[in-house]
Design a protein around this ligand. Structure first.
Ligand SMILES: Nc1ncnc2c1ncn2[C@@H]1O[C@H](COP(=O)(O)OP(=O)(O)OP(=O)(O)O)[C@@H](O)[C@H]1O
Ligand SMILES: [Mg+2]
Length: 507
């Protein structure tokens, strides 16, 4: 099967100090196809997409669009040529409304200098509705959850009349039902002959929507495959260059007794018709156990973790017992010193210190251990050693502790935050969708790490946007639906169907 190339990428190379992010990559993209780009964290996927969409303008090699040489001076130029991108790290202006974000730089006006807010809100409302998203277009973008923000990014790209749509991990923060919704949108776009370039770490997704799949490894193109002629195992193998052991934990973990108990926890929802964000939540977590929380977006999983970490904006009702003692944290610092750690779903807003180095990001919560005595100063060599240890333990791909954290690929930023909290040596580890954007190999590493931490007596509370992940690693799974606990299953009992059923059980 041969079709005319819509885009020809010829010998494209991108260098950063100390890293070759892309190394002479050549590739054809065909008109109307859905082409997935896969590879480990740091393989160069986002870099290639940023070059195609005019975000990166300084590179070696050539691009052709419909046989004509092009070199975009910026994203506007790429958009004019019909290429738009949904970024992996969401790019919204937090202070502006959802609608204003969607039309940023292309505002609708009523006259010179007069914004037509009503028209933008109406159009934004329609776009969001087509995504089956019920966010109010007037809502401030910064007040929305990551999953909704992701939908706003998608709406923004759709508002441009695009011939080529690049989606860089569009589903990483979406739950299964939202992903299904996105598939419907992609289906519609394909009917309109939109060419789609798609990045994801989820093999199921890749095999469901792609016509062709290109594998990158260490900045080089390994192979482009027809979806029909390959399978997930082969693609994974090409990505990592070795077999990945499928993780299964045959040897049962040995719970060491209750470490965390939550009794009748309720979280008010001021100014909201539903009154309660969380209602009457009770459960118990043992040391040495991984307890999963399943639920759709908005079910209240993140809010529960925020309550347990002293980070909820509104005080909760009910009781929390940690290691036999009643606790009520008013601030994350209190939670941290009591032995509770949280890895959040939203690394950009709550997790990363983007001005700092990788090393500082790793050690920021444990600096007191790195103070050398007489002068009470931070011992920089100890700090570097600690950072190096974590970089090795989690296989964070970076030139070293001194590198700026923003120079890391998305998945490696996530690993940096996990590393930080593991260093605090917690009793209870709250993991809110920790493998979002993490590649298959690194996921397997992370599962093994979680397992071994549990065997040392740590208790883990885990949410995930992927049910198979919960089914792989958890000993028990509880299910939330609209702020209530609607199901509890042991690993043996749990199936995707049962979890979905409990997650959508509306009273
Ligand atoms: N601004 C930058 N400065 C320095 N190095 C960078 C910069 N941006 C990317 N890199 C490096 O380039 C390489 C490729 O990064 P890229 O973001 O393209 O990876 P990716 O395949 O998208 O990974 P992920 O799956 O984690 O998102 C990585 O080693 C990364 O650290
Ligand atoms: Mg990326």
């Amino acid at each position: 099967m041969s079709a005319a190339a819509l885009i020809t990428i010829r010998e494209v190379t991108k260098r950063y100090p100390g890293v070759v992010a892309l190394d002479a990559v050549s590739l054809d993209i065909r008109e109307g196809e859905c082409h997935s780009i896969v590879g480990e964290n740091g393989a160069g996927k986002s870099t290639l997409m940023k070059i195609l969409s005019g975000v990166i303008t300084d590179y070696e090699g050539e691009l052709e669009l419909r046989g004509e040489n092009v070199r975009f001076s910026g994203t506007r130029a790429a958009e004019e040529a019909g290429i738009s991108i949904i970024h992996q790290e969401l790019n919204l202006v937090e202070e502006l409304s959802a609608a204003a974000n969607i039309f940023l730089g292309r505002e609708k006006v009523r006259g010179p200098g007069l914004l037509d807010d009503a028209a933008m809100e109406k159009a934004a409302g329609e776009l969001l509705e087509s995504l089956e998203c019920n966010v109010d277009p007037r809502e401030r973008a910064g007040a929305l959850r990551v999953g909704d923000q992701q939908l706003i990014e998608i709406a923004k790209a759709l508002s441009l009349d695009t011939g080529i749509l690049i989606m860089d991990e569009p589903t990483s923060a979406l739950t299964e039902s939202e992903v299904a919704r996105l598939y419907r949108v992609i289906e519609r776009l394909r009917e309109q002959n939109v060419t789609i370039l798609y990045i994801s770490h989820k093999m199921g997704e890749i095999f469901r929507i792609s016509d062709r799949i290109t594998v990158l490894r260490d900045g080089q193109l390994v192979e482009t495959l027809d979806r029909e002629a390959t399978d997930p195992r082969r693609v994974t193998h090409l990505m990592v260059g070795r077999e990945i052991e499928t993780t299964s934990f045959e040897e049962p973990r040995r719970p060491t007794g209750e470490i965390l108990r939550v009794d009748q926890l309720s979280l008010p929802w001021p100014g909201h018709a539903k009154e309660w964000r969380l209602r009457d939540i009770s459960f118990s977590l043992q040391g040495g156990e991984i307890l999963g929380i399943a639920g759709l977006m908005g079910a209240g999983r993140t809010e529960l973790m925020e309550c347990l970490f002293g980070a909820s904006e509104v005080p909760y009702q009910g009781e929390v017992t940690l290691d036999g003692e009643k606790v009520r944290f008013r601030h994350p610092a209190e939670a941290k010193s009591a032995g509770v750690a949280l890895v959040t779903e939203d690394r950009k807003r709550l997790g990363l210190f983007s001005q700092m180095s990788v090393g500082n990001n790793i050690t920021i919560c444990t600096l007191d251990e790195l103070v050398s005595m007489p002068l009470r100063q931070i011992d920089r060599s100890k700090e570097t050693a600690a950072a190096r240890e974590s970089i090795g333990q989690l296989a964070i791909k970076t030139s070293g502790p001194e590198a700026q954290v923003t120079s890391l690929s998305g998945g490696n930023q996530q690993k940096t935050i996990i590393a930080r909290w593991l260093r605090t040596d917690p009793k209870v580890l709250l993991l809110d969708d920790p493998t979002r954007g993490v590649d298959v190999g690194a996921k397997a590493e992370l599962y093994r790490l979680m397992d071994s931490l549990c065997r040392d007596g740590l208790g883990i509370l885990l949410t995930s946007s992927e049910l198979p992940e919960l089914l792989t690693v958890c000993d028990r799974i509880i299910v939330f639906c609209e702020g209530r606990l609607t199901g509890e299953f042991t690993r043996e009992e749990a199936t995707e169907e049962k979890l979905m059923e409990a997650a959508t059980q509306i009273e």
